[in-house]
Design a protein around this ligand. Structure first.
Ligand code: CU
Ligand code: ZN
Length: 140
């Protein structure tokens, strides 16, 4: 029942803007990440871990995995509307995230501050509720 649309926009040399609306969520914060593989052959499970070209621990928008987009907030109706400025995410060049996955999670992402091993890997964000593959859409 969780679904939505997420638009990625980047002009050369500027941060990527990630704008979206996701519905059907429990109210509150939900971890949101770019995952390594745009592979939905086994649902959201086959998307691998967070996109992490630098081989570092999980974190937030400033440091950590490039795919760490922190959390989105769902209101009392279960709707999350957001615009994220992601200065480490690229749509152009060798670190382009086009073809990778985007995943919304059941729980809040602790941004690597949870004090356990899983926090440094996934932020303890829990189950993968919904996901999609990042693709290029022609402007019409
Ligand atoms: Cu994730
Ligand atoms: Zn991460």
């Amino acid at each position: 029942k969780v679904k939505g649309t997420v638009l990625f926009m980047q002009a050369p040399g500027t941060p990527t803007l990630i704008k979206g609306t996701i519905t059907g969520l429990e109210p509150g914060l939900h971890g949101f990440h770019i995952h390594e593989f745009g592979d939905m052959s086994d649902g959201c499970k086959s998307m691998g871990g967070h996109y992490n070209p630098d081989g570092v621990d999980h974190g937030d928008l400033k440091q950590g995995h490039v795919g760490d987009l922190e959390n989105v907030m769902a209101d009392e109706n279960g709707v999350a509307k957001f615009t994220i400025t992601a200065s480490r995410v690229d749509l152009i060049g060798e670190r382009s995230v086009i073809g990778r996955g985007i995943v919304i999670h059941e729980d809040e992402d602790d941004l690597g501050k949870g004090g356990d091993a899983e926090s440094l890997k996934t932020g303890n964000a829990g189950e993968r509720l919904a996901c999609g593959v990042i693709v290029v859409r022609e402007n019409k």
